[in-house]
Design a protein around this ligand. Structure first.
Ligand code: KIV
Ligand code: ZN
Length: 514
């Protein structure tokens, strides 16, 4: 019988730590449902002590998302652990506290200012406390890659004795090479006397581009949980990429004979969802989920693939969920068909939400003949919590042409009142942005403006991501529409709605220079 590798998805925690990738609570819940549908074993839903928002997200995910274990991160301190326990409690017997403390000399001396003995005692106390508060406890030795192996063996033995049942060995700074890292896992498993009472896990960062290779080396040496993220998001250069780990196990089953619980046909839709929510575009040549991952450009390759797909494809695009441009629905499709297709894509919705989404679907189907899976996902990204939005787009007219100065006129409803503005710009999108920004404050500094065609064809929807910065706060907004200027305006307004304290700019202040 083949062995099982547990997939611990940390897109919502480490992934969210990627610069500019913060998600609001509704977005996190959508990602968590998609991860559950994908079939991951554990969702690390956040770091509950970090903020009220993080706590609420973990708590709601633990309450609503069925299937995977729900983990909350906690430093090895009583306050963190109590807060994490409260957040994951609704998951019942699927609740996990993931507590960590650094074990490398540089972290212990310079950051924690603690002796190795103190670190061991703190780790044991944290695990014992967590053991009383949650059914599952995971312990991480932060910066294990640069930790002394004897010390690592010592602390791991103690935390297993205290009740940790998952031992995570992070290469926090992405410093290890595969040989070294695999050897480290092997040494721990063979030298720690009670290692058979725990599952060994790894969490590799990609600073030298080795996160997946190091994770694989660990699996070859006995690790049976890999911590990873969709599209490889994460601190700095990111974490090991979930889709790569899973597809290596599947494609090279001959070598590993290890299975995961992931439904690989949901990988691409999930990747697209994460990319559109975070505003982090996936590079075209990214393995598995990049737009070019299955594109054959050279004549020799095309000829080979036409003669036999396996000449240049080691896995099929369909096996990872590339159903691009597959027409699924059209203007005559009904609500039941829409619900069923969303369910196939891993999105469940109640009747009230389906009603709203169906209205948007019909509006799109009036403008666009063929509705693809990508369009359906874009409808969700673009869906507005209409009742809670403070700024709404009422109308937008933009004009441009050769020799004309582009101009845009917008009408926004801001806190229930109608506001209008016109502006000129370097192109219709710029004009629309200037008009919208003239009506609200704070209106943020534009950090990113990205447009993607969601499907092929000139009637494709444009999917726009806008990233704004106001002080320390960075927010993303998405908008999709067959009209690129409208999509851009929607994306900007979605981002503005996330800026704290955003309000209508008073005319007095605007003109008096106050
Ligand atoms: O990179 C790291 O060490 C982490 C731990 C908190 C697991 O993210
Ligand atoms: Zn990390």
């Amino acid at each position: 019988m083949s062995d099982r590798l547990y997939i611990f998805d940390t897109t919502l925690r480490d992934g969210e730590q990627s610069p500019g990738c913060s998600m609001n609570i509704e977005e996190k819940i959508r990602v968590a449902h998609a991860m559950a549908a994908l079939g991951v074993d554990v969702i690390e839903a956040g770091f509950p002590i970090a903020s009220e928002g993080d706590f609420d997200a973990v708590h709601r995910i633990a309450s609503e998302v069925e299937g995977p274990t729900i983990a909350g991160l906690a430093r090895a301190s009583a306050g963190d652990i109590a807060r994490a326990a409260e957040a994951v409690r609704p998951a019942g017997d699927r609740a996990r506290i993931h507590t960590f403390i650094a074990t490398s000399p540089i972290h212990m001396e310079a950051k924690l200012r603690m002796s190795p003995d103190e670190v061991v005692e703190r780790a044991v106390a944290a695990v014992s406390q967590a053991r009383d508060l949650a059914p599952e406890v995971e312990f991480s030795a932060e910066d294990a890659g640069r930790s002394d192996i004897d010390f690592l063996c010592r602390i791991v033995e103690r935390v297993i004795a205290a009740g940790a049942r998952v031992i995570n060995i992070p290469d926090t700074v992405g410093y290890m090479t595969p040989d070294e890292f695999g050897g480290r896992i092997r040494t721990l498993i063979t030298r720690v006397p009670n290692s058979d009472q725990a599952i060994f896990s790894v969490h590799c960062h990609n600073d030298l581009g080795l996160a997946v290779a190091n994770s694989l080396a660990a699996v070859e040496n006995g690790a049976r949980q890999v911590e990873c993220t969709m599209n490889g998001l994460g601190e700095r250069a990111g974490n090991a990429s979930l889709e790569e780990i899973v597809m290596i196990m599947k494609t090279r089953a001959d070598r590993y004979d290890i299975t995961t619980g992931v439904d690989t046909t949901k990988i691409v839709p999930t990747s697209k969802l994460v990319s559109s929510i975070t505003g982090m575009a996936t590079q075209a040549n990214k393995a598995i989920v990049g737009a070019n991952a299955f594109a054959h450009e050279s004549g020799i390759h095309q000829d080979g693939v036409l003669k036999h797909q396996k000449t240049y494809e080691i896995m099929t695009p369909e096996s990872v969920g590339w159903t691009t441009n597959r027409m699924v629905l059209g203007k005559h499709s009904g609500r039941a068909a829409l619900r069923s297709r969303y369910e196939e894509l891993g999105v469940r919705m109640d009747d009230a939400r389906l009603k709203e989404v169906f209205a948007r679907f019909k509006a799109l189907a009036d403008k666009k003949k063929d509705i693809f899976d990508e369009d359906l996902m874009a409808i969700l990204s673009d869906e507005r919590a209409v009742d809670t939005e403070r700024v709404k787009l009422i109308s937008l007219h933009a004009a441009s042409g050769t020799g004309d100065t582009p101009v845009a006129a917008v009408e926004l409803e801001i806190d229930g009142e109608l506001h209008k503005a016109t502006a000129e710009g370097d192109g219709p999108v710029d004009a629309a942005f200037k008009a919208i920004k003239s009506l609200v404050e704070p209106n943020g500094k534009l950090l990113l403006y990205a447009v993607n065609a969601i499907t092929a064809g000139t009637d494709a929807q444009g999917d726009v991501t806008v990233r704004l910065q106001d002080g320390e706060r960075v927010v993303n907004g998405q908008g999709a529409d067959t009209d690129i200027v409208v999509a851009s305006a929607r994306a900007l307004i979605a981002a503005l709605n996330k800026l704290p304290g955003m309000h209508a700019k008073s005319v007095h202040a605007q003109y008096s220079g106050v």
